[in-house]
Design a protein around this ligand. Structure first.
Ligand code: DX5
Ligand code: ZN
Length: 225
């Protein structure tokens, strides 16, 4: 019954795209549901990517919803810049703030969807109360910081916990998975209960990125059927 209404969303990460040609790289994935934009500050994660000016340039060249994943410290200070840059949704890490509920409320007050993310070693049980404050929970399936890492299947237990809780409470909260998602791992993610699938190297490393977006969506649908 549930599978009839299941609509997996594929969110390619431009972290694996050619940064010198982002407009063309985004034009290569017309089937994408969201564009995933990985922001890294060199402090919360040991890597630096880009910030709000680049996110703004991305949103200017596409109508596809922009999904910003902030791997940064002190998200309360910065989320507004990503709303102003045109984000459809902004996700920040629970490990980066003492008060994730207020950061989510701040995003909502600015008219933006709010997501919270957990690193692979962070349990979800302490954060189940947050489900009333957010539109999305991002479960990281690699240590955040770099594309092209190996999928960590153990995190799917957290996805199952979230799926059960969201369904039990009848909440409208999406579960997103990010890290090592490809044609061989997406099925298990869909089965565990994920709704939104981030894929960087799998999409941009494919000879035809848009065909891979479609193949990933088909795999997720198959797994859930
Ligand atoms: C990692 C980023 C991911 C990354 C995924 O810190 O949050 O979005 O781009 O890359 P792949 O799909 O290659 O694991
Ligand atoms: Zn990401």
């Amino acid at each position: 019954m549930e599978s009839m209404s299941y609509q997996p969303l594929i969110a390619p990460s431009i972290l694996s795209a050619d940064f010198a040609r982002l407009d063309r790289e985004i034009a290569r994935i017309p089937s994408a549901d969201w564009i995933h934009v990985d922001v890294m500050d060199g402090h919360f994660v040991p890597n630096l990517s880009f910030g709000a000016p680049v996110a703004k340039a991305v949103s200017a060249v596409t109508d596809t919803p922009m999904d910003c994943h902030l791997m940064i410290e002190d998200p309360a200070r910065w989320v507004g810049d990503y709303v102003d840059a045109g984000a459809y949704s902004v996700t920040f890490h629970v490990e980066a703030t003492d008060d994730p509920a207020s950061v989510a409320d701040l995003l909502h007050s600015k008219g933006c969807r709010a997501g919270v993310s957990v690193k692979p070693g962070t349990p979800v049980e302490p954060y189940l109360g947050l489900l009333d404050h957010v539109d999305l929970v991002l479960v990281m399936s690699v240590e955040p910081g770099f594309g092209g890492q190996k999928f960590m299947p153990d995190v799917l237990d957290k996805v199952r916990t979230l799926r059960a809780e969201i369904d039990r409470r009848g909440l409208d909260v999406l579960i997103q998975i990010d890290g090592g998602v490809d044609a061989t791992t997406i099925g298990a993610c869909a089965e565990a209960g994920c709704d939104v699938f981030v894929a960087g190297s799998a999409v941009y490393g494919a000879p035809e990125p848009d065909a891979m977006v479609q193949a990933l969506r088909a795999e997720a649908l198959d797994a859930r059927a």
